[in-house]
Write a protein that binds this ligand. Structure first.
Ligand code: NAP
Length: 243
């Protein structure tokens, strides 16, 4: 019997635990999936030492970047992205880091393509934003990052005028704004300039329809939540653990 699990902070309800527990039961596997809620990423080694049969871990907020120095090797794509959401634990105890968010995002986005133009705004600059940027780079999209902190490479939210919105047809929410329980929050963009040619992609999946998506839908815009991305990234993590 092998163990798998999720490393994060204040994990609470976990999609991953529900997903893998159902999967193991459907496949008559005796494997288990556990949540490891840790206060500091330094506790990763303790978790691994205390759970001898651990074969794989998912990594979530806030450890996707801080886990990197604790790994023995990092997959080429994960290194380019600069964020890890999956660890494979080898028999010799070595830890290899992967990113499956980019795969999940690309696969979920594919259902909505092509858009009229390859242009995007990415809201937020954290781990998920890096995986999304990686995918858009690979697809030759022109995109702008939007951040609360204005830098040479980012727009601030108050720069998002009619022109900017009209010229960026794919808008991806990579911030946690709108996640349960603070479901009334939403990114501060001028929704009135959205059109039917836009696609709003929210990485959030809890709730299934955020205020961000609802405001987009009200403008006749195509919208999608983060559930399919989540399923695809979990399936990819499983294929890495089983390889
Ligand atoms: P993260 O590393 O904490 O980054 C979130 C980014 O959002 C921050 O870097 C920040 O960018 C921005 N932000 C944070 N608080 C904000 C606020 N109050 N107002 C405006 N912007 C704020 O988190 P992450 O790992 O990238 O995850 C982001 C979201 O994507 C989470 O909701 C997560 O659950 C979701 N996610 C979903 C999937 C999926 O499979 N569906 C996969 C990965 C992540 P600035 O400081 O530049 O503003």
């Amino acid at each position: 019997m092998a163990k798998y699990g999720l490393i994060g902070k204040n994990i609470g309800y976990s999609f991953s635990k529900a997903f893998f527990t159902t999967k193991f039961s459907q496949e008559n596997r005796t494997d288990t999936y556990l949540n490891f809620d840790i206060a500091s990423i330094e506790s990763l080694k303790d978790v691994i030492q205390a759970n001898e049969t651990l074969k794989g871990l998912n990594i979530t907020i806030p450890y996707k970047e801080s886990v990197i120095p604790l790994l023995d090797r990092i997959d080429k794509e994960a290194k380019k992205i600069g964020a890890i959401n999956t660890i494979k634990i080898h028999q010799d105890g070595s830890l290899v880091g992967y990113n499956t968010d980019h795969y999940g995002f690309a696969k979920a986005l594919a259902d909505f393509l092509p858009l009229k133009e390859k242009s995007a705004l990415i809201l937020g600059t954290g781990g998920a934003s890096k995986a999304v940027s990686y995918v858009l780079d690979a697809m030759n999209y022109k995109y702008q990052l939007v951040s609360r902190t204005k830098t040479e490479t980012t727009l601030s939210y108050d720069e998002l005028n009619e022109d900017v919105i009209s010229n960026h047809l794919l808008i991806i929410n990579c911030t946690p704004l709108g996640t349960f329980p603070k479901t009334q929050e939403f990114p501060d963009i001028p929704y009135q300039y959205l059109s039917k040619d836009h696609l709003l992609f929210d990485l959030i999946y809890n709730p299934l329809e955020t205020v961000f998506l609802r405001l987009g839908r009200a403008q006749g815009t195509q919208v999608t939540n983060g559930l399919k991305m989540l399923e695809y990234q979990a399936k990819k993590a499983w294929s890495i653990w089983k390889s």
